[in-house]
Ligand binder design. Structure first.
Ligand code: TXA
Ligand code: MG
Length: 335
């Protein structure tokens, strides 16, 4: 049975935090909000607890998990060393939506890293996540709290749809603010490599530590043989319905072509389009688009439509991270 606890983000020091923290320490699974997406957490030092995450999500065991901490002192037990670039990034972006790879110590079990020598670590800034991690005071392994291959949840209803009955506790802390998953960077390489783009952009990172590169899988169009993060090779972020990503100019012709179908339209630039059966405007601006896109996709998926059409955006700034997710979800891209 899953217990659902509603916690106000503004005042998270409640009994519910203590109960959830105790559950984590006892090896149970707890879903909690972060500023990016909801995470499905378990004590990262408890192998049996971590295995429950893979079972609940239906996640392949070769896809490693991010370990969440609330304080830097927790790093000592988890990582072999903290490279100078990592220090700078932690200084600038933690707590926040940036995940950093480090060489792991023996304390981190290979179930967490899927056998890799490096462990991904993140310090979230969400008030509930912070309070929970502090109270539990154990590092918490947590992937996004969706069924494997589905869209990451940015509100509790999405978590409940996917994981009710499969986890011990779900904390409902309302909508998340960033809306797409954290930026993942490997600074153990000579030139640091971004493995997953997020709302902390390459430009912001370069301002802090100088030149970084994008993993080849993020620049070449499709079908790259060596995925950046093991997780990148799986079909991701996919709604159940067919999804078409179309440029603003191609939206009218796309809608005409699909006129025999029920169309759900997700608009990012203009909120005027009469030809769709259902439509939602998730802008203006990329911050808002990032915050709303996963919820909009999930909601459209539940509506009575045959196909979802999403209006493309440019890849500047956080547009790169948003488009990265949309391209993966799309079965067709019309530019
Ligand atoms: O914003 C986020 O990062 C959210 C919240 C809950 O913190 N978490 C999240 O976790 O998105 P997940 O498991 O859905 O995505 C983690 C990504 C995967 O693509 C995984 O392969 C990659 O990070 N990753 C984790 N550990 C890694 C490692 N040791 N080496 C390379 N990639 C790693
Ligand atoms: Mg995920």
């Amino acid at each position: 049975m899953t217990v659902i606890l509603k916690i106000r983000a503004r005042n998270p020091e409640s009994l519910f935090i203590s109960a959830s923290a105790a559950a984590l320490r006892e090896g149970k699974t707890v879903v909690f909000p972060t500023e990016t997406v909801y995470g499905l957490g378990a004590n990262a030092l408890d192998k049996k607890a971590v295995k429950k995450i893979f079972v609940a999500k239906g996640r392949p065991s070769d896809n490693p998990l991010i370990v969440h901490i609330w304080h830097r002192k927790q790093l000592d037990a988890l990582v072999k060393e903290i490279p100078p670039n990592a220090k700078k990034l932690m200084q600038k972006f933690w707590p926040g939506p940036l995940t950093i790879l480090f060489y792991k110590t023996k304390k981190v079990h290979s179930v967490v890293t899927a056998g890799l020598a490096k462990v991904a670590i993140r310090m979230p800034s969400h008030a509930i996540a912070k309070a929970l991690l502090k109270k539990a005071n154990v590092p918490v392994a947590a992937p996004s709290a969706n069924l494997s291959g589905k869209i990451s949840p940015t509100h509790a209803e999405a978590v409940i749809d996917d994981l009710n009955g499969k986890v011990d506790i779900i904390i409902d802390g309302g909508d998340t603010s960033e809306g797409i998953e954290s930026t993942v960077i490997d600074v153990t390489e000579k030139v640091p490599v971004i493995l997953r783009p997020g709302t902390i952009t390459k430009e912001q990172i370069e301002k802090a530590i100088g030149k970084v590169t994008l993993h080849p899988s993020l620049v070449s169009k499709r079908n790259v043989s060596a995925p950046a993060s093991p997780g990148m090779k799986y079909r991701h972020y996919a709604p159940h319905k067919e999804m078409i990503l179309a440029s603003s100019e191609k939206i009218p012709s796309t809608l005409r072509r699909l006129k025999d179908k029920e169309i759900g339209l997700i608009l990012t630039k203009t909120d005027e389009c009469g030809m769709a059966d259902a439509s939602v405007f998730i802008g203006p601006g990329k911050k808002r688009i990032a915050k709303n896109i996963f919820k909009a996709l999930r909601q459209m998926d539940k509506m009575h439509v045959d196909v979802i059409v999403v209006e493309m955006i440019d890849e500047k700034g956080i547009g790169f991270g948003i488009m990265n997710r949309l391209k993966k979800a799309a079965s067709q891209i019309i530019e």
